[in-house]
Design a protein. Sequence first.
Length: 340
Amino acid sequence: MTATGSAYRRGPFREGDRVQLTDPKGRMHTITLTPGRQFHTHRGHVKHDDLIGEPDGTTVTNTAGTEYLVLRPLLSDYVMSMPRGAAVVYPKDAGQVVAMADVFPGATVVEAGVGSGALSMSLLRAVGDTGRVHSFERRADFAEIARANALAFFGEDHPAWTVTVGDLVEALPEAVEPGSVDRVVLDMLAPWECLEVVADALAPGGVLICYVATATQLSKVAEAIRDFGTFTEPDAWESLVRGWHLEGLAVRPQHRMHGHTGFLITTRRLAPGVTPPVRKRRPGRGYAAQEEGADTDATPEPLPGADDAEWTPEAVGERPEASAKKMRKLVRGVVPPSPR
């Protein structure tokens, strides 16, 4: 069984294919080809039957004379337009996760925080049909939306994917053997709470990568990794993407860009019983430890209120979650009804 995704089907468009129509102004519309249906805008319509049987990369003109470019959508296009109950991991960050965590074909990967399934699909693409992606999500409605989004893109249930509804700390020890996991990806509010079960699951040399939204989360997870003692010194970064306007001689950066979306922090599992070597850092000028009489072994003061704060999406500045009514509507829209 192979689940490569609709974007990698070759040959002419078929019934059930998702296709992307781009108008002369660059606006994109994604539709699923269904015989007898039509795609309408305020400027005319296109018949689905006119696209079925046509080659990928063709053009079609609607009833008002507007020409559209028609292509199968890439995964990066799909995740930005698919139904979502939670904010998605942007393609620029998903690509960094796959590359910097070195997710390889055949790998066993644990993911916590499925959201709408955007990162899950990138991980599934990377591990292939011979790998395993064990995804954990606390919210059943998010898990349903993620499954439906992945099914719509791949065209079938991906053979490498298992989705568990529940808390990672409780569910992971029952799902995998100790030391059998190659990579762990945590996209959650408080990844430092999961370090013990993650350390037990990871094979020596395995990679842990965390995606967090704020500097306070980044600092807390970095210090927790250091304190835990069975991981290497963490590395952290963010990626910014700035597009360019290309029009004749007017070649310049675009006015809008994808700025900060989140921080990524990576570390690797050490062998059992091994502690990381002490990393020596040269303190900067004016550092308090250089002052006469300063206590060089003093523990840095924690961020004000960081330990006592309640870690919620609103507290770290994320958009409020969709209402229960909206979530029910989303689930009804993406999950096909079960046969009676």
